[in-house]
Design a protein around this ligand. Sequence first.
Ligand SMILES: [Zn+2]
Length: 188
Amino acid sequence: MKFVVETSARHVHVTQEDLETLFGKGHELTKKKDLSQPGQFACEEKVTIVGSKKEMKASILGPVRPETQVELSLTDARSIGVDAPIRESGDIAGSGACKLVGPAGEVELKEGVIAAKRHIHATPEDAEKLGVKDKDVVSVKIDTEGRSLVFGDVVVRVSPKYALAMHIDTDESNAAACGREVFGEIVK
Ligand SMILES: [Zn+2]
């Protein structure tokens, strides 16, 4: 059973409070396009992520969340000079620090910078078909033109709110030379 593999570019999730610090009092996110996961969307708003060496821009993904989180590739993290431990989304205790700069203000993040652990989103029905359960760690084979790769350490996340898709970052995507439409399958 194959599933789509999507590449996540660097992005930022923000709290409503940090959004207002960055973009002004009462600011609300402006949806640019829906993402594959139900309710998640890319926004028009961009912020600057400032590290010890450099800075780079990233889009905000909505909706707002209980904690601000910056997701970078390891190449991005090294380039701008921040730590980005490999973590599951939401697991940010003791993760990397950076500064975020928006048109109305700045937010000093003591933690929240991560390199997202590669993962599969699955509904309970998908998980049953795939023979996996929530928090399983599996290997996924991705077939591409000339750079096929088996990724280990892929965590499975199961929720009725999800849509079946695997998420990798731009480093992982480039390592497998992923093109526009890529599929993966779990290998035992
Ligand atoms: Zn994801």
